[in-house]
Design a binder for this molecule. Structure first.
Ligand code: PPY
Length: 349
């Protein structure tokens, strides 16, 4: 059954490309979620991604305690398509038209394949966009905040595993050195962590070397003997097949939709591996953007809300251990409780 409130699929009149906008839930408030411009074998794969990612945003908002709902937009590029500046602008205007037609039910932001400059273009048509550059009135790049929130999550994991939140000397494998992954690797290197990194782009090896990190191929890194694997690229990397081969103690990172199928969370638990739900570890960007742009929090307050992810993760890990649940089930339960309370008109819990 479709458990989304609204899904719009429209071929952009300027670009000719499929724009897929999924609003999963507005129970907690108007929906928000980024715009992904990515390659797919078929546009239907983009639809599947939009449906899963938007449902993930509902959970992300609920667990972060934000009064917003979940949505996502995907522009599905046929394999091999390269967007030059004119066609990119055309796509962004097509996306902006679809967002404008929803009249505030949904606001977008950055995701894989988009950034603040793209948000500025969307902002020419509709106000329902987060993370425009600061000079255009937005809160700017969300990726440093996502990285900071992930560090907070990793400190909670470290406390859970080793009894101390310190990350120096911890062995971490960061998968993906994109916008968020690179910030994360820099922060972790500065903390004195022992880093192993990878990216599908071999040119990023120089970044790894500058940080003193060990470089591995994308197919080897997941099974590296480290304390924590930190997914910071595309999703679905945790499969039933790979879990028995993992040698880490925990997996915690900002990549959305890390599980190939939901049952993988249980399998990781049975293998004694702590999995922090991606929608908890990766909430820093959206927490900063919404706190700043919707709730008018100052930088100190917004930062404190991002760092509070450590507390959220700590509470989830404690609750999971106490009740014999996976952290995934504990987080889903928190989300369900908040959604139910909002749906029944109760305030708070
Ligand atoms: C995500 O957190 O997955 C996002 O989609 C990023 C985002 C950032 C700011 C506003 C909306 C979405």
């Amino acid at each position: 059954m479709l458990d989304h409130e609204e899904v719009v699929i429209r071929v952009g009149r300027r670009s000719g490309l499929p724009v897929i906008l999924a609003v999963h839930s507005t129970v907690l408030g108007p929906a928000a979620g980024g715009l992904r411009i990515w390659h797919y074998p078929d546009w239907r794969d983009g639809l599947t991604d939009a449906l899963r990612l938007s449902a993930g945003m509902t959970l992300k908002m609920a667990v972060a305690g934000l009064p917003s709902g979940g949505g996502k937009t995907v522009v599905a590029l046929p394999e091999g398509t390269r967007l030059g500046p004119d066609r990119r602008r055309a796509v962004l205007q097509d996306v902006a038209d679809v967002i404008a037609s929803l009249d505030g039910t949904y606001a977008t932001g950055p995701d894989v394949g988009t950034g603040p400059a793209d948000m500025a273009v969307i902002g020419e048509t509709t106000p329902h966009v987060f993370c425009r550059p600061e000079e255009s009135g937005g809160s700017g790049d969300s990726s440093p905040h996502t990285a900071l929130g992930t560090i907070a999550a990793l400190r909670a994991v470290s406390r859970h595993l080793h009894g101390t939140p310190a990350l120096d000397g911890r062995r971490l494998a960061v998968i993906g050195l994109g916008r968020v992954g690179e910030h994360l690797a820099r922060l972790l290197a500065a903390e004195g962590a022992e880093l192993t990194v990878t990216d599908i782009e071999p040119g990023r090896r120089a970044t790894a070397e500058a940080l003193g990190a060990v470089w591995r191929g994308p197919e080897e890194i997941l099974t590296e003997d480290v304390d924590v694997v930190v997914p910071a690229a595309l999703g679905s990397l945790l499969t039933r097949e790979v879990v028995p081969r993992l040698r880490c103690k925990a997996v915690a990172g900002p990549a959305n939709n890390q599980l190939a199928t939901p049952d993988v969370a249980d399998l990781m638990h049975r293998h004694g591996i702590v999995w922090v739900p991606d929608y908890v570890a990766g909430a820093g960007g959206v927490v900063n953007a919404i706190s700043t742009e919707l709730h008018h929090a100052g930088p100190g307050e917004a930062r404190a809300r991002v760092l509070a992810i450590a507390q959220t993760v700590g509470e989830l890990l404690d609750a999971a251990a106490r009740e014999g649940l996976t952290p995934a089930r504990a987080a889903a339960e928190t989300a369900r409780r908040r959604l139910r309370a909002a749906a029944s008109g109760a305030c708070g819990e």
